[in-house]
Structures are given as C-alpha cells and as structure tokens.
Design a protein around this ligand. Structure first.
Ligand SMILES: [Zn+2]
Ligand SMILES: [Zn+2]
Length: 380
C-alpha cells in the first residue's frame, strides 16, 4: 500500500527520503500533510525506504509529498513538456453535407524564463506558473486519488493555458528514483493533458471560422442550385403546357380542316359536272316528257275537234296527224302511222293516261325537238 508508505518526510522545510535520514523516530521528520511525527523505515537494499506515521495515519501524506516534490522540480528546472493537441471540428450545410477538419499541434518542450510555485490567482492557487515571453502557463499537479473538480473548473475559467499533471499512479520506486521521477514529471506524455490551451482554442476558432465561411459558400451554392432546379422544373412544366396547348390547337385545326374538307368534298361532289348533268338531265327529261305529253294531248284534241275523232298516230313521235297523212308534220317521219279514233270524253282522262304511258318519254327519245311552227299552231 503506497498510501501507507509515505515517500517523503519533512524536516526543516525540506522533503527527505527515508534513506537520507536515520532510521526510526530518529529521523525527526513530520508528515507533509498532517505534520505529525513520522517513522523512517530504511531496512536495507531489498525493500524500498519509506516513512509511516508514528501513530494514526492521515489520508494525504503520500500525495502531499509527491505533489510538493513535483512542484519543486518544475520550478527548479523551469522546463516542461507540453502535450500534443488534437480536436476535430465539423459543420453541416443546409443540405446535410458535412465538412470535417482536424486541428492539432505537436508536443513541445516549454523552456520558461520564470517559474513560480503556489501563485494565488482569482479564487484559486496555481501550483506552478511558468512564464515564457508574453506567454504564461499554469500547471495543476494532482497526486491524490480524489479529483479536485472545483479547482479544475476555476483554473479553466481563467482563460489561460493550463496543464494538468496526474501523478496518482506513480509507483514508490519511481517516486524514490530521482531521475525516473524527473523524467515522468517533466517529460512523460502519459501523465499530462491540456485542461485549456489558448493556442489550441485560437486555431480551433480560426478553423471554425474557415469552415463556417466554406459552409456559407456551399449553402449559397446549394441555394442557387435549388433555385435553378426549381426554375428548370418550372420551365419544363411551361414547355409541356405549351406543347400540350400546341397539340390541342393542332388537333382542333386538323378537326376543323377535316370537317371543312369533308364539306368541301361533299359540295364539290354536289357541284361536279357529272352530278349536275345527271340531275339536270333528269329534270330536263321530266320537263320534256311533260311538254311532250301536252303536245300529244293537243293533237288528240285537234283530232276530236277537227277530224271527227279520227287521226293517224306517228309511231315515231306519237303525235296525231290527219288520217290520210303521208308525212308527220311534227317530226317529218314518213311513217309508219297508226289510225286511231278518240271519243270526246277521252280528253277528260288524257292527262292521267299520259302519266302512266311510255309514249311521252319514247317520243322525246325518238324526237328530242319537234318542229316548232306546227306545234305553235296547235295551241292557238
Ligand atoms: Zn500525515
Ligand atoms: Zn311524228
């Protein structure tokens, strides 16, 4: 139990090892923590020399000696190895892109111009203050198991660079080996850490600002890209709308054109020479047929009125001439003739007969044009 084995006893304000003083109570040493009498146990080379309390032991005799010896050493040598520093810094853009940077500096050896022990600062005592140029370094030496959080946080709050040395796990043989103890206290990276580093804080802050500037640039870029993408989508939508409208307009035009074309084709068909001729031909034929029927009836009337109801029917034009005629006066046909007789009541049914007879049509077919002056005389 190193706690019970006290490495250093105090005599005349000095810390001494048990092998540097007479054995037993004759050492005249007191505990560096509780200042009660110690007994030196210096039992030869096989067992390490140490002190123990003469009566009841205190808690901190071991740690108080180690701590005080370390402080004395640093002040005497005015040098101290500073631990390396590393910190990762990261920040995110609004799209979640992460920028990571690591800031660090290597371990280095501080060689101070001045070194002071037990310096009272606002609300706290610094175990050592080392000064190099304008820079000051505070050292917090801990050898006890109990961690002094209050002291650590008060030192931190000063905003100065602070190194914590943690010597609680040193073995008695290291503590009592002057050179080994010196190496550990002054140089061993494993027992020291930064509580706060002004230099580290400064480069962290600078790097943070650099990252922030990059983040802002990226955010601006991301914003522009987003706006560009939105604009692109808007244009695309407009283009599609326009395309759709054009297709609709084209379809409407085609529909109108198609309807117009059908109408035009229909009208054209209605007005085509073939259509006109056919219709007109039928109209004309009907008209001619009606007129011819009237002409035939007129010659029958004449036969009834003038020739005693007897006449010669031309077998070409079916108009009636005098019974003894040799040549049809209406179509100049030389025959044959058919002698027919008509009663006066024939005229009453003449038109109905003609409508159901083929004679008018046949007459027109045989003789498209009758001799007009004879016809004119019939109607007088
Ligand atoms: Zn004590
Ligand atoms: Zn005739």
């Amino acid at each position: 139990m190193s706690g019970n084995r006290i490495p250093f006893g105090e005599r005349d304000g000095q810390l001494l090892q048990a092998d540097e003083v007479p054995n037993g109570l004759a050492c005249e040493c007191t505990c560096p923590e509780c200042h009660r009498a110690l007994v030196a146990a210096n039992q030869g080379t096989k067992v390490l020399p140490y002190f123990r309390h003469q009566q009841s032991a205190c808690e901190g005799g071991h740690a108080a000696g180690v701590r005080r010896r370390a402080i004395e050493l640093i002040v005497a040598e005015r040098q101290l190895r500073l631990p390396p520093f590393t910190q990762a810094i990261s920040a995110k853009t609004m799209n979640g892109f992460v920028i990571r940077k690591s800031v660090s500096f290597e371990a280095s050896l501080l060689q101070a111009q001045c070194a002071y022990a037990g310096v009272k600062l606002s609300g706290v005592t610094a175990d050592v203050v080392l000064t190099a140029g304008k820079h000051q370094l505070l050292v917090y030496v801990r050898a006890a198991k109990r961690q002094d959080h209050q002291k650590e946080s008060t030192l931190l709050a000063l905003g100065m660079s602070v190194i914590a040395l943690d010597l609680q796990h040193l073995r008695l043989e290291t503590i009592l080996d002057k050179e080994a103890f010196r190496q550990v206290v002054l140089f061993d990276s494993n027992v020291r850490r930064w509580l706060h580093t002004v230099r580290g804080t400064m480069i962290v802050e600078l790097t943070r600002q650099t990252i922030q500037a990059e983040i802002e640039q990226l955010n601006e870029l991301e914003k522009r890209q987003k706006l560009a993408a939105l604009e692109q989508r808007r244009l695309e939508r407009e283009r599609k709308d326009t395309e759709f409208e054009m297709i609709q307009a084209r379809n409407e035009t085609l529909r109108i054109a198609s309807t117009a074309a059908r109408m035009a084709a229909f009208e054209a068909q209605q007005k085509s020479p073939e259509a006109l001729t056919e219709r007109d031909r039928r109209e004309l034929l009907k008209h001619q047929s009606n007129q011819r029927a009237e002409a035939i009836i007129a010659t029958i009337r004449r036969a009834i009125e003038s020739w005693g109801g007897v006449g010669a029917e031309c077998q070409r034009c079916y108009l009636i001439s005098e019974a003894d005629t040799n040549a049809c006066r209406y179509c100049e046909s030389m025959g044959p003739f058919k002698v027919l007789s008509f009663t006066p009541d024939y005229l009453g049914s003449a038109q109905a007969r003609m409508r159901s007879s083929l004679k008018p049509d046949t007459s027109v077919a045989h003789v498209p044009c009758l001799i007009q002056n004879h016809l004119s005389r019939l109607h007088k």
